[in-house]
Design a protein around this ligand. Structure first.
Ligand code: 6GU
Length: 225
């Protein structure tokens, strides 16, 4: 998979890809992540990428020309499964969307900023609009990092234990069950006996029950459809 991220703030985005699982995935060549500073496609001597909105109103709007130049240059090199705009008025991101997007070969993530982008960008280039939740961030960068992380960890070979994405919270519309590690007892706090029993089928059953119980208590809405 290849992810091209278009942003006016690449420095805000770099660090998640330089640590942990994402870094390992990049190092192993399982994913390529490229940042494109929109400023490089700016127009005029002032390196302009945004402007006041027609009709008046506070806040700058990202202009169509730099974005057109950047997306067109990328599309000349390869074709893209999706050109995604990160925006609070997009469709809310969830595990289902992550699963399906993780099957893409090439995607572009366009990070909005200020008051957003010229509507003509959305009408012309964008194939999918994603929000990561009902709150407002100062730009799409952190959302792009969230979406990228969710996709990359699903790619074959990224997680050490190949089964572990399958038992994630949400993967069956269920929350994950509780987990424990050593010591067996800490300051009087113990581990459920069943997990120490060595009885694999009983342990599996306990985990399923716990997942259902947790989901019922915390996220009953997940059972609704
Ligand atoms: Cl994708 N962008 C911004 N700016 N704010 C958000 C968001 C995206 N998703 C939730 N809030």
């Amino acid at each position: 998979m290849r992810i091209d991220i278009i942003t006016v703030l690449p420095e805000l985005l770099a660090s998640p890809f330089e640590a942990s699982i994402l870094k390992r995935a990049v190092d192993k060549g399982l994913v390529e992540v490229h940042f494109h500073n929109l400023r490089k496609y700016s127009i005029g001597a002032y390196k302009q990428v945004d402007d006041y909105q027609f009709g008046g109103g506070a806040g700058m709007v990202l202009m169509i020309e730099p974005i057109d130049k950047c997306i067109s240059a990328l599309k000349e090199e390869r074709s893209y499964d999706e050109v995604i705009y990160l925006t609070p008025d997009g469709k809310q991101f969830d595990q289902k969307m992550a699963n399906s997007l993780s099957l893409s070969k090439n995607i572009i993530l366009l990070c909005g900023h200020y008051k957003g982008v010229d509507q003509r960008v959305r009408d012309t280039f964008i194939t999918k609009e994603i929000s990561i939740g009902d709150y407002v961030l100062s730009g799409g960068e952190l959302a792009a990092a969230v979406v990228s992380d969710a996709l990359i960890r699903l790619l074959p070979g990224v997680l050490n234990d190949e089964t572990s994405a399958l038992t994630d919270t949400f993967q069956d519309d269920l929350l994950a069950p509780p987990v424990y590690t050593r010591p067996r007892e800490y300051k009087g706090l113990t581990v459920p006996d069943i997990l120490l029993s060595g009885n694999t089928p009983e342990i599996e059953k306990w985990r399923e029950d716990q997942a259902h119980k947790r989901t019922q208590e915390r996220r009953p809405d997940l059972f609704e459809d």
